[in-house]
Design a protein around this ligand. Sequence first.
Ligand SMILES: [Zn+2]
Length: 207
Amino acid sequence: MESANNNKSVKKKITSKYDLDFQPVFRDLRDLEKYFNGFDSALNNIDIDFNYVHNVISLPESTDRIYYSGEYSQNLFHLECTCENFAKKRNVFNKKDVRRICKHLYWKLSNQNLVDKLTLLLSFDSVYFGYKKMVKLNYEKGFVIASYKEGSSWINIYNKEKEWKKFGYGINQKRWSYNSKPSNHKRLEDDINSLFNNILFVKGINY
Ligand SMILES: [Zn+2]
């Protein structure tokens, strides 16, 4: 029991370190006020979830068994794998968090057609490209997710029209990757530029 408690506290500690990257530091109360005023005007009062966590839906009980992938084994129901990569992530991310998924879990989930398209897109970019920070923008007609990582000015935008689709947007270049853009791109460009340049001030993202 004691070791279980220890694990819990380690998990919380690392998760909050992760969360800290989103929080700007204010040395003056006036800066804080300016920050919130800028926030309201820049984003037209959109409801934004800055620490969005995308959870994998509960899978059927039939997936509570051992699957094999090379030398590693997985349990899809519990979203667990025996590989080293998963061992690192399990202490950082909560049980259903899409960022916990390793490549073995990703391929099993993908091949078995067990999860929705958005979950697959988010887990793929997390596993293979390290896009682990997510912001959710809630619009009147549905939501858009932006994922990013430090040191890259390319942001992934997940948008649903007929189905969920990923687009790449360069925050410095102010252009869409391969010129592929969603139909609501004008508003999204405004919101994404405001969000990343005026509000998040993400370390490393603006060089
Ligand atoms: Zn694995």
